[in-house]
Ligand binder design. Sequence first.
Ligand code: HEM
Length: 411
Amino acid sequence: MPAIPYVNGLKFSLGFAREGYEYIYNTCHKYQTEIFKTNVLLNDVICLTGEEATKLFYDTTKFERRKAIPKPIQKTLLGENGVQTLDAEKHKQRKAMFMSVMSPESISRFKAILSEHWRRYIIKWENTEKVVLFKEAQEILCKSACAWAGVPLPDREVRSRADDFVGMVDAFGTIGIRHWKGRAARSRTEEWITNIIQDVRQGKSTPFPGSPLSVVANANELNTHMAAVELINLTRPIVAISYYIAFIAHALYHHPECHQSLLMHDEGYLENFTHEVRRYYPFGPITGARVKEDFEWKGYPFKKGTLVFLDIYGTNRDRRVWSNPSTFNPERFKVWNKSAFNFIPQGGGGHMAGHRCAGEQITIETMKISTNYLANYIGYNVPEQDMTIDLTRIPTYPKSGFIIDHITVKD
Ligand code: HEM
């Protein structure tokens, strides 16, 4: 039985700090492997990258999510004991609740709300000296997410609630100040959403039937706190699409030929552009699971209980699947084989049976609408600024937040 290539724990931690998103893939490339073992806080960890490894990772007979997500991530980004931590029948039932609000009708309702907020914001921007797109997008998305979900949001609270949603995302995998800010943001948000769910359960308010608030508040198996955690799992990630909106603007700026093609209103090109933004730009670096029972893969031993990290960023840039992976090229999706395992910005496998992102379709639709507004509905200037994307910061975004000025609304 071959031994899994081993990277010393200290080397791993230093490498991850130095190379960030690129570290697992760089290491695999260096040692010509799709798997290596290391040690994090005295625990064995197996790192995997690439399509075949992704197929393995999403085999629920071999992996489970129980105890796979570190508590610091649950206390900030995800909330404790949410859908991400469940397995088997319990996961299936909870995931069905999430997917029930992702019907075509529900997504159409979201799209209409989002388009209306985009319209209001671009009109406001015409009279504004400059706009930090990342920040403004957070407000647009926060208002849209809450309106869609059925969560009342007074105008005066939009900025602070958006900051808290983003604060939870920004805490991913960090220690220190960003972690503590994330915890505070989660406490405030959970308190807010818990009260709203309580009001529904006590008959003091009646949300739109089929809306996320209605579905979650009526899920009797969830206590009020768990219902709040799951409703936040349906709203926070919508606000997180602001990272992708900043990347869309970055891509339009650096690839005027793409901007030009988007002027043609070709739905296929728009979708491919959206996919390429999700493939090319860094967002989720890894996801994790634990080995359910001992097994072997390609002769390598996987021991029960071992933590396994799947390299999201590297799989999206794997040279064995993606030619010139460091080139931004939406056309590559014209010939993509639509595998559920080689393009995994929001996880792989199936949406219903596994842990693949429940909000992938809503993300794609949000990105398409946002791209359209930026490419077709407004004109703007991009002033000099530092739009560096630091790959050692997780999650990352263009440093300036992407500033635009001289904004005009097109007829
Ligand atoms: C899970 C990425 C947007 C809801 C995930 C996973 C990733 C991901 C990587 C984990 C996959 C795994 O562990 O196998 C993203 C990215 C987004 C996004 C990059 C863009 C900003 C959304 C949206 C929603 C959402 C808009 C809901 C409105 C969820 C839920 C899960 C999840 C509920 C857990 C699914 C499960 O455990 O079964 N997402 N997501 N996400 N996402 Fe997203």
